[in-house]
Design a protein around this ligand. Structure first.
Ligand code: 5GP
Length: 251
């Protein structure tokens, strides 16, 4: 395979940069060490976070694909780069919750730590300036972001992701508390999971630890100033790579 040349910066987000490449149906995503929380009011540089999230995301995307769930992922290159198919991302953050935590408990009288069965799906309009507001179905319809049929496919895909990842994590002693995914359409119109899936976008608790702070292995360590953020992400990687094949190298 000839080496892919990485081209112009197309978009810079809080945790990643997206670049064009010299191939039309290929974009390159660079994972950054930048950590942000509370709509970027809290910021830090966490050395090693980009590489950890790139690798964890790669392993999880490949696992999803093996389980028949389509994603934008094609492979990794070096430690910080992920090669993906270009996708028109739907500006909706899809959050699936298995255990009550975070904003759910701040906004509703639901006790933190209570199990949510069936899993709860919350949709948010992806817009930093507006603070990613919670969407109702009526608001979603008003914005005309997706058709009712597409919404049904998005929900079904999100629940499939939840089932597959929940099982994977449970197998390595981790509880998938909740997670956020983004979905989009490829140039051929297929709905796929895009963006990243990492401890930046999931809540993961060590099942063997009952202490409500010690068990946290995700971005809540950063949000709550608990320290040990990179070490926690490293622990997630160690466990996941113990049960997944090496990620494929692309480009
Ligand atoms: P919450 O609603 O409690 O803020 O978040 C629910 C889940 O979605 C958590 O796992 C959280 O990390 C993830 N999440 C929510 N919003 C975002 C976001 O804008 N970016 C990322 N990376 N994850 C998010």
């Amino acid at each position: 395979m000839t080496a892919v040349a990485i081209g112009a910066l197309l978009y810079e987000g809080k945790a990643k940069r997206v670049h064009a490449t010299d191939q039309p149906d290929l974009v390159a995503v660079e994972y950054k060490d930048d950590a942000t929380a509370f709509n970027a009011l809290k910021k830090a540089q966490l050395t090693g976070k980009g590489a950890l999230n790139c690798r964890i995301s790669a392993l999880l995307f490949e696992h999803l694909e093996r389980c028949g769930i389509p994603t934008h992922y094609l492979g990794v290159r070096d430690s910080l780069w992920m090669m993906v198919r270009p996708v028109r991302v739907i500006p909706v953050e899809v959050v699936v919750r298995n255990i009550a935590a975070g904003s759910l408990c701040r906004q509703l009288p639901i006790a933190a730590g209570s199990r949510l069965q069936p899993a709860l799906i919350d949709l948010y309009y992806k817009d930093d300036a507006l603070g990613d507001p919670l969407l109702s179905e009526a608001r979603l319809e008003r914005l005309q972001l997706v058709s009712p049929e597409q919404l049904a496919s998005i929900r079904a895909l999100a629940l499939q992701v939840n089932a597959v990842l929940g099982e994977l994590f449970a197998g390595v002693g981790l509880e998938l508390v909740d997670f956020k995914i983004e979905l989009g359409f490829t140039t051929t119109g297929d709905l796929v999971v895009a963006d990243e899936i990492s401890p930046d976008s999931c809540r993961l608790w060590d099942r063997a630890i009952s202490d409500s702070q010690e068990r946290i292995l995700d971005k809540d360590r950063f949000r709550q100033d608990l320290g040990g953020v990179v070490e926690a992400y490293g622990e997630v990687l160690k466990r996941v790579q113990g049960v997944c094949p090496e990620p494929r190298v692309y480009g």
